[in-house]
Design a protein around this ligand. Structure first.
Ligand code: 3PG
Length: 211
């Protein structure tokens, strides 16, 4: 399958910070800390009320960040990504409604899959990159190697249980474009305003990538 702008964006990033933002006040210092640590690609999940306004704010105020949405579960989440002209939107799942809506809306969408049937649903609609979720729990590196047999063109962004300790095992696989993880920005650090700690974790993760 030919590379798409979305596949290129993710393979350039290699690491996507999965962010669940509790307070809009955290958005700017959080994004600045991550960018300072070298992690520019930020998936803002829609699990909290602050998620959508935080994504909008970061996009406006932290131009070095590449902002997309996560935990997309319904069409109106995709409409938000389209309205904000965001370069990516992730979902933990691959419902037919989401797969078709993202295509219709022209939103660069990464559906989440955990089974071959879900992967096929995405593949036959033209999706070339999927998120393996929850990666560690559904077989991790071994599952991705196994999917590479029947689906050699499919590219993966595993998330769920990815950490600084195992990220390289994933990224060494030829069918993995990037990994995602929330470990870089724990809620406790955000609540404590420990932006230096988050910057440090981001820097360590990027150093791990470079080895
Ligand atoms: C996600 O939405 O991708 C996951 O919650 C990220 O998984 P993690 O919290 O185990 O990193």
């Amino acid at each position: 399958m030919t590379a798409t702008p979305l596949a290129d964006l993710l393979s350039d990033a290699r690491l996507v910070a999965v962010l669940t933002i509790e307070s809009v006040d955290h958005a700017i210092p959080l994004a600045r800390a991550l960018v300072a640590g070298g992690v520019r690609t930020l998936e803002i999940t829609l699990r909290t009320a602050a998620g959508a306004p935080a994504a909008k704010l970061i996009r406006e105020k932290v131009p070095q960040a590449i902002v997309g949405l996560g935990t997309v579960t319904q069409r109106r989440d995709l409409e938000l990504a389209r309205d904000l002209e965001l370069p990516f939107a992730f979902s933990p799942g691959a419902t037919v409604e989401l797969l078709d809506a993202a295509m219709a809306l022209g939103v660069p969408f990464v559906p989440g899959i955990a089974t071959a049937s879900e992967l096929i649903q995405a593949m036959i609609r033209g999706y070339g990159v999927v998120k393996l979720f929850p990666a560690e729990q559904v077989g991790g590196v071994g599952a991705l190697k196994a999917f590479g047999g029947p689906f050699p063109a499919m590219r993966f962004n595993p998330t769920g249980g990815v950490t600084e300790a195992n990220m390289r095992d994933y990224l060494n696989l030829p069918n993995v474009v990037a990994v995602g993880g929330s470990w870089i920005a724990p809620l406790a650090d955000m609540r404590a305003g420990n932006w230096a700690g988050i910057e440090d974790r981001a820097r360590r993760a990027m150093a791990t990538l470079a080895v």
